[in-house]
Structure formats: C-alpha cells, structure tokens
Design a protein around this ligand. Structure first.
Ligand SMILES: [Zn+2]
Length: 352
C-alpha cells in the first residue's frame, strides 16, 4: 500500500530533492517520478491521482512511521536513485528534517552484523578467549575483508570465513543481520580457504626488526631475505606480493596492505621463541637443512678444501679443525667451533 502525504509536502520534497541531489542536476519531472515511486506509487501521475483517497487506500506518513521505516527507506532511496547509503541517508534527513534529526543521527550506522572470532584471531583483540563475539555496525555494503580488518585482524591471518553458515571469499559483501564466523590461518577443512603459505620451497621476507629470527631461519637452512636497512612498508609489501614471498613482521599495519597474500604477524618477542613459532605454524619440522646457508648474507655455503683457507684463518683455528665451509656469496668461512653444539641444540628444540 502506498504512503499518503499532502500535495503541498510532495511539492516541497520535490524541491528539496532537486536542491540536494547528490549528482548535480536532476530534472523536476524525474524528481517527481522518483518521489512518487519512493512512496509506493507508479510515478508522479499515479501519486497525483491516488493520494486524494487518503485514508482509503493509503497509509498516512507520521513521525513514528518515518522512524520505523528509516532503514528500509534509506535502502529504497539508494536503489531508486542509484546512490550509496550515505548519500541516501543525507537526502532522507533533508526530506524529513523535523522528523529525523532529533531521533536518528545522520552519523548513526544503519546496519549491524555479529562477528565471532575463533582461536588465534583473538590475539588481535586483546583477549585470551578461544571464541569472542562482537557486534559490528556499518553503512553501505563493506566487503567482509574490510570489515574484519576494521575489527583489528589483518587479512593474511584469516584462514576461512562463513556468513550465515556459508563459506565465503574475501570480496563477499556484508549485509544487515549477517552472522559471521572468522577462523585463523590455516583452515584446511573449509571449502573456501584463504592463502596460507606459497606452494613449494618457501622464501621468507623479514622486516628490519627481525634480524635475530633471520639468523635462526638461515641456520636451519631456510631461504630468508632480510635487510639491515629499513625498506619501508610499501616496498616490502610489493616484493612479497610480486614474488610470493612469505612476509614476517611485528607490524600489524603492514599486514593490512591489500596486495599482501602470504604473511604472519610474529607473536613472540625473542628471536628463539619467534623461530619456534614459525617452525610450528608453517610445519617446517621436516624441512630443516642445517648449516647450508650463510647466516650473514643468506648465500649458500659449501664444503671447502682445508688447504685453501689457511691464509684466511687464525692459526689455532686452522690447527684445531679439519672441516671448513664457505659462503659462495660473501666468502665467510664456517667451522664447527664452540657455538656449534649450542646451535644444534636450539635447532633440535625448535623441531620438538
Ligand atoms: Zn654469506
């Protein structure tokens, strides 16, 4: 059933619509027809004809009715005028200023959805719960990826998402009343799961602050790019996404960059614990190749003839050891000195 409003109010609202149309000019006839449709008539002509029968086949517009229909009306106006929710809200507040402004703020969010965060997702929400829940308010139709990041969780940490019990992609748009479940990476049982780690041999890319972790990863033989100079967020994100490198950082903001696919926020502070964290998270126990990579420069190291290193080493080292290795890039020489057993122990502990 259409809504009743007087021809005087209709005429005023046509003027308002023309004056506040978000896309510049709109013809008065178009504005009249649009308003007619908005209130449930076929067009302006239909309104002029039918609205006379107030009380018989129409519903009078009252303040209560405007307030009760607010959410639906914003959506309807947005659809009819091909505008976004914010523009539709502004227009609606212009059309019914006395009725709306004191009751519903223009800045009040229209819709809400309930999000539940599972497991490690809660690391970003300052709680230790296994599952936490929050109500998210929004206008328009945000993607679920943007919504979850707005709640604090960077997208590379997400393993899978359901909305109303359906697995969804990152681009899925949130709607009023949705119930969302967010699972951490990795989530292999989902029919749609998010990027977790690149296939094949991994290459890690570490931000400038993770030098200690880089050393441990290299000791275990993992290809691990780290620069003593700060490359900046933009460049790190670009290198990671172009090469499918797995980015490791303690900077949550960096992980929210849209082009990043494979990445993790390092939870631990100390390098040895960080190393264990990575071994566990990416299941690297069986992929160690200890003492094959230079801890200084990430180059590969290979066995070298003892006689060829005589000039490069202190005499006592040369006398005490028989086996030597050398980095093919920076030429650093390695031998199984006093550090060897300690390092071996750390590597073994990380594999447990
Ligand atoms: Zn080297």
């Amino acid at each position: 059933m259409p809504f009743y409003l007087s021809k005087k109010v209709f005429k005023q609202q046509t003027k308002t619509l023309v004056a506040h149309w978000p896309f510049g000019a709109i013809k008065t006839t178009h504005a009249r027809n649009l308003l007619g449709q908005f209130y449930g008539y076929k067009d302006d002509h239909d309104f002029q004809k039918t609205s006379i029968n107030h009380g018989i086949r129409t519903i009078p517009v009252t303040q209560e009715l405007v307030l009760a229909n607010y959410v639906n009306w914003v959506k309807k106006l947005a659809d009819l005028g091909s505008m976004n929710q914010i523009q539709a809200k502004k227009l609606l507040h212009q059309l019914w200023p006395g009725y709306l402004s004191n009751h519903i703020s223009l800045h009040e969010k229209l819709y809400q959805a309930t999000l539940r965060f599972h497991g490690n997702c809660n690391n970003f929400l300052n709680n230790n719960s296994e599952i936490s829940e929050l109500v998210y308010r929004f206008d328009d139709r945000p993607s679920i990826k943007d919504t979850i990041e707005a709640c604090g969780i960077p997208h590379p940490e997400i393993g899978a998402i359901t909305i109303n019990n359906q697995w969804v992609e990152f681009g899925h748009q949130l709607q009023n009343g949705d119930r969302v479940e967010v699972y951490p990476n990795p989530h292999k049982d989902a029919s749609i799961s998010m990027p977790y780690k690149p296939s094949g041999e991994l290459t890690f890319l570490l931000d400038v602050h993770l030098k200690g972790l880089a050393r441990y990863l290299r000791l275990a033989g993992f290809n691990c790019l780290h620069n003593d100079r700060d490359l900046g967020d933009e460049l790190l994100a670009e290198i990671s996404s172009n090469q499918d490198y797995l980015l490791l950082t303690r900077d949550i903001g960096l992980l929210k960059r849209g082009n990043i696919k494979y990445a993790r926020w390092i939870r631990n502070q100390l390098p040895q614990a960080q190393f264990k964290e990575i071994v566990d998270h990416y299941q690297l126990r069986d992929e160690f190749k200890p003492f094959t990579r230079c801890v200084k420069c990430n180059g590969t190291i290979h066995q070298i003839q003892k006689s060829s290193v005589r000039a490069m080493l202190p005499e006592d080292i040369f006398d005490r050891f028989t086996e030597f290795k050398q980095c093919s890039d920076c030429k650093q020489i390695y031998w199984k000195g006093s550090h060897f057993e300690k390092i071996q122990k750390i590597l073994d502990e990380a594999r447990q």
